[in-house]
Design a protein around this ligand. Sequence first.
Ligand code: BGC
Ligand code: CA
Length: 358
Amino acid sequence: MRPRIRSFSSPSCPRPAGSGRMALLLLAALLLAGCGGRKNQDDSLRIGVALYTQDDTFISTVAQNLEWLAQEAEGRTGQKINLFISDGRSSQSTQMDQVDRFLARQCDVLCVNLVDRTAAAVIIDKAEAEGVPLIFFNRQPVAEDIQRWSQIYYVGASAQESGALQGRLVLDAWRQNQEELDRNGDGVLQYAMLEGEPGHQDALLRTEYSVKTLTDAGVEVEKLANDTANWNRAQASARTAQWLEELDGQIEVVFCNNDDMALGAIDALEKQGLDRSLWPLIVGVDATAPALEAVASGQLYGTVLNDGRGQAQAMVDMALALWSGEDPAQAVDLEDGHYVWLPYRMVTRENLDELREN
Ligand code: BGC
Ligand code: CA
């Protein structure tokens, strides 16, 4: 086993809700400032977690879950776990430096949320040279990269499935209530699409499969507008405001590749002061806490649960297995030796309570 050094550990006492982000920022700041890293050997499991940016709502919930679940696993197994979390601030070169630092600090496992999905090979080569297993998450490297080494894994959820389920939400609404949804009564569904970051597997496949689910079911659709809003609420609000002006009442559905952008679309509609009965149907993906509130209030028709907690749990379980030399397939459902897929789930007002209880 590789020699290990001790550094600051993940907080082991429970913290009040809401302080997670502060703690993450503090950890990142400490890491960047080069604190810790005392040369004492111990037998803690050291996990380096590189986030593409901490400003992303979904990613920050995955990070928070990692913190909680690492603490929980520590309590359950008695294995000390040190979690180091870095914020790539949307810069691949910043993230490369952070990965180098994790390796220099003798991390035992790395969890990497790539800034640029095409940059995986460089990180894989670095980790392989040090013999450190690598778990990518949320931003999927191409299959060729994943095959480069046996100790490379990907934890995520099928982008295609999330698109198909989002399409299903709209298809159900169309079937149940076509009269209301088809505002202009032409039998065609007029839509706008708010897309995530260009090149991201979730943006590409959600855009494609949401609409394909409708057309495969025989619904005729017409795209009135589409644009990227980079997963971002403010950008989505600006795009929607412009469409509302240009397309005056013609949009029947707004498909949003994630919930933050759906909330941005809602912001624009609220600002416009349009009567709620005239709003287009809005759908998102993620099931973030504010999005669930919007589903409860009826502003958001539905969303698709992106299981960030399940993804974090899979990473903690795999890290523990890899650390103790076990086959990770004993700890998680591993497909093709490399992939862990968490299922998505449709969310509407009807099953909201079930979800909030969990
Ligand atoms: C989520 C988005 C998030 C993106 C970041 C997606 O899976 O649905 O909300 O911004 O991942 O990579
Ligand atoms: Ca229509």
